[in-house]
Design a protein around this ligand. Structure first.
Ligand code: PHE
Length: 356
């Protein structure tokens, strides 16, 4: 028995892994293990012999089992130590540099415009980018045969066979939101609507998708004078300086009379500079809302009147921040975005001053 003990206890203490341990367990205390076989011999012994050998064998079996468990735990601990060593993390290492995104000039300018008009009492309204041709054209006094429909380079939505819904277009301007807000809120009203618009056009100052902000003010005695004041107030606040504007008599089916507004600028050396030079950049269309348009919006033109304007957000962003090519706005070139983008905390406020 001493021999057995010596053999197994030593071997167990030196077992290299779980498989070796299991082999030893089977050899010693498994069904056909050496200790088990010895126990089976107890039956053949005399009672006196058995009294001595029985407890001794049981004690040996316990001892071996204890040693097996101890070795198993020791092996597991060693394995864990080994793993922890390789998984060690140096939390004092500097972190990997992470690029921070910027706010796109269109988003920034939309916020600036909204802040200025909000200060003059205009609320923000929104409408869908996919419009029925009624909201985009008819309700705005542009009937089917009107040349303005063709001039707008409209994107029409594809229609399935048997689709009897009215034709839908990608809105060519934000003006349909005029109708939707009149329908929803009646008069008096004062809203602006910034958003995406679409026309099939592409050059240095035109992209198939661009941004406009619509303005609409309806009350009992609103006039062209109010329109001019609001717009000049806007330009002064937006550019932070007195900018020369040019109101040109124009024509839109949905306003009468109508005016287009240009801003003084120069295009020298590949950059636009506002407030100098003798070039003009058209930035908006405007006028007094046509009675038919008021009617389409369920507002009585004998009681109410007002002005509307539609301004290119991208255009005024180019002008304020000296961005020469509109197409770059939508190319998602990271170098451009980092250069012209704004820090997330550079939030436009009316009291921020004009430090650019
Ligand atoms: N919807 C016109 C355009 O996109 C702009 C406009 C809006 C003109 C409101 C007059 C009044 O060109």
């Amino acid at each position: 028995m001493d021999e057995l003990r010596g053999k197994y206890i030593e071997a167990i203490a030196g077992a290299a892994d779980e498989a070796a341990l299991e082999e030893l367990r089977l050899a010693a205390v498994g069904k056909k293990g050496e200790v088990s076989l010895k126990m089976r011999e107890l039956g053949k012994m005399s009672p006196e012999e058995r009294q001595v050998a029985g407890p001794a064998l049981n004690a040996l079996k316990d001892e071996i089992n204890t040693a097996l468990t101890a070795r198993k735990v020791a092996l597991a601990d060693a394995a864990l130590d080994e793993r922890l060593k390789t998984e060690w993390l140096d939390v004092t290492l500097p972190s990997r540099p992470r690029r921070q995104g910027t706010i796109h000039p269109v988003s920034q300018v939309t916020e600036e415009v909204t802040a200025i008009f909000a200060d003059m009492g205009f609320a923000v309204a929104e409408g869908p980018q996919i419009e029925t041709d009624w909201y985009n054209f008819d309700a705005l006094n542009i009937p089917g045969h009107h040349p303005a429909r063709a001039e707008m380079d409209t994107f029409y939505m594809a229609r399935g066979e048997g689709d009897n819904r009215p034709p839908h277009v990608l809105r060519t301007h934000t003006s349909p939101v005029q109708i939707r807000s009149m329908e929803a809120g009646g008069a008096p009203t004062r809203i602006i609507c910034p958003g995406r618009v679409y026309r099939a056009d592409y050059d240095q100052t035109h992209t198939p998708m661009f941004h406009q902000v619509e303005g609409l003010a309806i009350d009992r005695d609103i006039s062209m004078a109010n329109l001019k004041w609001v717009l000049e107030e806007f330009f002064t606040a937006y550019f932070g300086t007195n900018v020369k504007t040019r109101f040109r008599a124009s024509h839109f089916p949905f306003t009468e009379p109508s005016a287009e507004v240009d801003i003084q600028c120069s295009f020298e050396g590949g950059t636009v500079k506002v407030g100098e030079g003798d070039d003009w950049l058209e930035v908006l269309g405007s006028g007094m809302v046509h009675p038919d348009v008021l009617r389409a919006g369920k507002i009585d033109p004998d009681e109410w009147q007002g002005f509307a304007f539609g301004m290119g957000i991208d255009r005024i962003a180019m002008l304020k921040y000296g961005i020469p090519d509109l197409r770059a706005f939508f190319e998602s070139d990271l170098r451009w975005l980092r250069h012209y983008g704004f820090a997330a905390l550079d939030v436009p406020t009316l009291h921020a001053g004009v430090s650019r």
